[in-house]
Ligand binder design. Structure first.
Ligand code: ARG
Length: 683
């Protein structure tokens, strides 16, 4: 590509040079002649033309220089590129082995061997479809490489490229064979012994996280606003954020779970003014503001209707911000009531999070404003101080200081990112909010980079999600049109899940303790799973009926599937120890077609986890869980694990199959744990 550009540039330069020379000759001829040509329009035109051409020439020459230098640098870089180490010995492979990663490495080596001069050739690997004819994975790089070669005037076609790659592919213990098919696909068939080896190592050493470079990650999620309602949007952020933390923690990253509470700002003025009126002795007696939302509404109403109150509310903000002890006490009290409410939700959903609200950054906001001012990044705009993410003033600027001197949401986020970089020393910053705040966080990212707070190796990611809708596809509200209180929503979940269990007669078989555990696992599990199993970017419809359905891709279905799998070994009365002893004695063998299919599916766990940890889309993990349980159902239909005689006495146990059951259960349990869903042994 670079060579092509270079050629084109050179052609243009030669042309410009020629034109310039011709005009210069013309000018020389003219200047030797009659002086009356001075001021001649013809000559003037030629002179300007000449200037322009010289200018163009200079630009083109410079472009060639830059182009040549950068292409030389890229070529040098390509030569320097070290190829990945490949697995050569099955025995060295452990339970956390990621097949997809190894195949990527294998083809990187193959393609580099086949086309050493190609800069950054595409390494495209995917799973093959369901047809076993097409192998287990496929490499689709040949098509793109053929295109690249054609652009460089090399005559070839994708099939030829595919064959060439195949010839240069080193042998690998994980691959049984590779075939060129169709337009130039490379179909990869996995080696059965290898798959069996990795599966048995999962049995022996459990599920281990795939190896990745550890990072310090800040996950900013949940983050409701004090006194205002914690709405379903915050519920989504809480569920998605917690699950993201769980994936990253599983991969042994250093994860800081932060609750960026909206606990500082002008709304406190009216809350405090209202508190002073309603509960004047709030400092000695704790007032019964059990319903902070109602309290907020009342004060808002007064604020909007009563000028006198409004004035007082503003002066309360000033008092609070200058840390008057009484005002700080009132503020603390309100925050505490709110926090206790939020905590109830976190406890129920088993969410761990550290409170570090906007108020935490008070002093740091002063400091960051001084810092930005000092570096000359702040501009005045109708009394405000703003900062643009780019020098070109594109997009929307941050409002760093309001015209009244106060700070904003933007200011607190600039102070927060500086703290997270300088003091927390993290290198990945994740924000989980609705998609509407995407631009805000991208501007924070741009401004923080421009100001030199963020460095190249640090990344900001906005994990956006859509709106929660009711079954009528309108905004999620109660029948009377009020916003839904989260605690009430969770209560309804509990009620409905109990109804469901009773409907199935589970109350007659489970102890009351077991029933309660199942009820909670189902209720909270189904709410979380419904949220996580949809592509988060989209809006999603909240429906208890759908999420409690025991058919289809729901938590209930998966939890039932899991208890059934767990009951197989229990009924056969085979302990884990005796199963492990059998692994050592007879090994794990995949004979039947559906065993093979299930086994391969189970080994995709590391690949799915790596994908989720990088793109932060949890629905892939949910889809994967559903695939496992479908593969398991097919296996269980076709392959019996225990044989019984007419009296129901066990006459034969097929240990290899019980081993597969055990691994399936482990992979499912780990996946559900990452989704924040509690499993139960009976339900
Ligand atoms: N409190 C905000 C809201 O309710 C969310 C905060 C997100 N985090 C942040 N660092 N801005 O919309």
């Amino acid at each position: 590509m670079t060579d092509m550009n270079e050629k084109r540039l050179e052609e243009r330069t030669t042309r410009a040079e020629k034109e310039a020379r011709a005009i210069e000759e013309e000018l020389e001829k003219l200047s030797k002649g009659d002086l009356s040509y001075v001021g001649n329009p013809e000559l003037d035109k030629l002179l300007t033309e000449n200037e322009k051409l010289k200018h163009r020439l200079a630009i083109l020459e410079n472009a060639i220089k830059v182009e040549t230098e950068s292409s030389a640098a890229i070529k040098k870089e390509a030569k320097k590129r070290t190829l990945p180490m490949l697995v050569t010995d099955t025995k060295s492979v452990e339970s956390n082995f990621c097949i997809l990663e190894e195949l990527k490495n294998l083809f990187e080596v193959a393609i580099t061997n086949a086309y050493p001069d190609l800069e950054n050739p595409p390494i495209a690997l995917t799973l093959s479809g369901n047809n076993p004819k097409f192998g287990d994975y496929q490499c689709n790089s040949a098509m793109a490489i053929a295109q690249l070669l054609k652009a460089n005037n090399v005559k070839t076609n994708p099939r030829e490229v595919a064959n060439n790659i195949l010839n240069k592919t080193p042998t690998s213990p994980i691959v049984q064979r590779i075939e060129v098919a169709g337009a130039g696909f490379l179909n990869i068939h996995l080696n059965k012994e290898f798959v069996e080896h990795v599966l048995s190592s999962i049995l022996k050493s459990g599920i281990q996280p795939p190896a990745v470079k550890k990072e310090k990650v800040i996950v900013d999620f949940s983050s409701p606003n004090i006194a205002k309602e914690m709405h379903v949007g915050h519920l989504r952020s809480t569920i998605i954020g917690d699950s993201i933390c769980r994936v990253l923690e599983f991969l042994n990253n250093d994860v800081v779970r932060l609750n960026h509470l909206g606990d500082w700002g002008t709304q406190f003025g009216m809350l405090i003014a209202h508190l002073q009126d309603k509960y004047p002795d709030f400092k000695t007696k704790s007032p019964p503001i059990s319903d902070l939302q109602a309290f907020y509404k009342e004060s808002k109403k007064r604020f909007d209707e009563d000028e006198e109150f409004k004035k007082r509310a503003y002066s309360c903000v000033v008092q609070l911000q200058s840390h008057q002890p009484d005002y700080i006490a009132a503020w603390k009290l309100i925050c505490e009531v709110s926090r206790q409410e939020f905590q109830k939700i976190y406890d129920r959903l088993d969410i761990k999070i550290i409170d570090r609200g906007e108020s935490f950054y008070q002093d740091r906001m002063d400091a960051v404003v001084q810092f930005l001012k000092g570096k000359g990044f702040l501009e005045e705009d109708e009394g405000r101080l703003i900062m643009w993410g780019s020098e070109k003033r594109e997009g929307i600027p941050l409002t760093v200081v309001k015209s009244d001197g106060g700070y904003t949401y933007d200011t607190s986020d600039m102070a927060a990112i500086k703290h997270r970089v300088d003091e927390e020393k993290a290198n990945r910053f994740i924000y989980v909010t609705d998609v509407g705040q995407y631009t805000h966080f991208m501007t924070i990212d741009a401004c923080a980079r421009r100001a030199g707070i963020l460095k190249d190796d640090q990344r900001v990611e906005h994990v956006g999600f859509g709106v929660v809708l009711g079954e009528d596809k309108k905004k999620f509200k109660t029948r009377s049109g009020d916003t839904i209180k989260l605690i009430e929503l969770l209560d309804e979940g509990l009620k409905r899940s109990l109804d469901k269990l009773v409907e199935k007669g589970r109350d007659k078989v489970l102890s009351s303790e077991e029933l309660k555990r199942a009820q909670e696992a189902v209720a909270y599990g189904c709410i979380k799973y419904a949220d996580l199993s949809h592509n988060r970017i989209n809006d999603y419809i909240f429906s208890f009926d759908k999420m409690l359905d025991d058919k289809g891709n729901t938590a209930v279905y998966l939890l039932y599937a899991l208890t059934r799998i767990r009951s197989i070994a229990r009924n056969a009365q085979i302990s884990l120890d005796s199963l492990l002893a059998e692994v050592d004695r007879i090994g794990l063998k995949l004979t039947h077609e559906s065993e093979w299919k299930l086994g391969k599916t189970l080994l995709r766990f590391p690949e799915v986890i790596l994908k989720v940890s990088s793109d932060l889309y949890l629905h892939s993990l949910c889809e994967y869980l559903y695939e496992i349980s479908s593969a398991f159902t097919e296996f269980y239909d076709k392959c019996f694990c225990i044989e019984k005689d007419k009296e129901g006495k066990i006459v034969k146990i097929i240990y290899e199959r019980l081993m597969l059951c055990e691994i399936t259960a482990r992979v499912m349990e780990k996946s559900l744990e990452i989704l924040g869903i509690k499993t139960v042994s009976k339900m």
